[in-house]
Design a protein around this ligand. Structure first.
Ligand SMILES: NC(=O)c1ccc[n+]([C@@H]2O[C@H](COP(=O)([O-])OP(=O)(O)OC[C@H]3O[C@@H](n4cnc5c(N)ncnc54)[C@H](OP(=O)(O)O)[C@@H]3O)[C@@H](O)[C@H]2O)c1
Ligand SMILES: *[C@@H]1O[C@H](CO)[C@@H](O)[C@H](O)[C@H]1NC(C)=O
Length: 303
């Protein structure tokens, strides 16, 4: 009974958030990118750069003359912490700098599945894989930035985080699983992570900024896992109201390259503007507890 209620509540919350976003998009134009400075010689990694928004972000950064590491060539499976570690090893072996890391890859609403190490897939891939990737690349990011020219981490969250709950005692959804709840939790976890990471970096004066982006509702393959009827219902809305992948990518590109964001971090950006994320995402105790728990889950990191 409780399971069922949990499922229904997660479902309703997610769709209510979706409706709000669609109303916003109906009345508001998509953010238009200002002219961005050329990024000659800078290096970026974009996870999930093969399609959807990741592809558009990569393409745009390349047009700004940034070197974008196409992660596909240097294979990275975020659903495997072993793969994340191997990817970072290979990257470091190349001796390249890293100025921009865009944590974009994600999956949504998959049925209950586990990552290679046994984590719930939304949590493991969307959040924990990026948590480890970012931490392992932090040294390179710090070295590649300097005051006045900070390295940048951009994280793709989502408006679904507003309805998200973080169940620290059941992060893997073993007691109670809903795909909607799991997706929303992973996007909330990314926000809690981004704020805490920025605090840690600033506390040490490291030249790295961290901002989180909500791209809006964007017509991509992310929705392929919706069930049949929802898929049908989505189609007309997607045509009329969803953003295109290029439009959806614009805020992340802005966060990665705009000069007015130099040295500015800890923002939640939506449609090119600073926005409030959910109250719970600013809970510093929760941020610290999730950080500690995540370190324990990926084992090797010191809290
Ligand atoms: N679309 C929206 O309305 C929307 C709204 C809010 C937030 N977002 C967020 O925006 C981000 C991009 O989504 P999108 O809409 O552009 O989705 P998409 O078109 O489905 O692209 C997802 C990307 O993630 C990659 N990916 C999936 N599993 C992976 C894994 N195990 N390891 C490495 N990469 C993996 C995919 O690579 P492969 O092709 O190799 O599988 C693909 O490039 C996601 O984080 C999503 O949660 C999207
Ligand atoms: C349009 O955007 C403005 C500024 O972000 C916002 O205040 C307003 O609520 C939006 N309109 C709708 C209908 O959501």
């Amino acid at each position: 009974m409780w399971r069922f209620l949990h499922f229904i509540l997660g479902f309703i919350r997610l769709y209510l958030d979706g409706v709000k976003v669609l109303i916003y998009q109906l009345f508001n134009e998509s953010f238009t990118l200002p002219d961005l400075p050329k990024q000659n010689g800078k290096v970026a990694i974009v996870t999930g750069g093969t399609r959807g928004m990741g592809y558009e972000i990569s393409r745009h950064l390349v047009s700004l003359r940034m070197h974008v590491v196409i992660v596909e060539f240097m294979y990275l499976d975020l659903a495997s912490l072993t793969s994340v570690r191997q990817f970072v090893q290979r990257y470091k072996a190349k001796g390249l700098p890293l100025h921009v890391l865009i944590n974009n890859a994600g999956i949504m609403l998959v049925s209950e599945r586990r990552t290679e190490e046994g984590f719930e897939l939304h949590f493991g891939l969307n959040y924990l894989g990026h948590f480890l990737l970012t931490n392992l690349l932090l040294g390179v990011l710090k070295k590649s930035g300097k005051p006045g020219k900070c390295s940048r981490i951009v994280i793709m969250s989502s408006a679904t985080h507003y309805g998200g709950r973080l169940s620290l005692e059941d992060l893997q959804g073993r007691k109670c699983y809903s795909a909607h709840g799991a997706y929303a939790q992973s996007k909330l976890a990314l926000l809690l992570f981004s704020y805490h990471l920025q605090d840690k970096l600033w506390a040490k004066g490291d030249p790295v900024t961290v901002n989180t982006v909500d791209p809006g509702m964007v017509d991509t393959a992310l929705y392929d896992n919706l069930c049949g009827p929802a898929q049908l219902a989505k189609r007309p809305f997607a045509k009329l109201l969803f953003r295109t992948p290029a439009e959806g990518a614009s805020t992340a590109i802005y966060a990665a390259a705009a000069s007015e964001l130099e040295g500015i971090g800890r923002l939640y950006l939506y449609n090119g503007r600073k926005t409030e994320s959910s109250a719970i995402s600013y809970d510093e105790q929760l941020q610290a507890r999730l950080w500690k728990e995540s370190c324990a889950l990926v084992v090797l990191l010191k809290a």
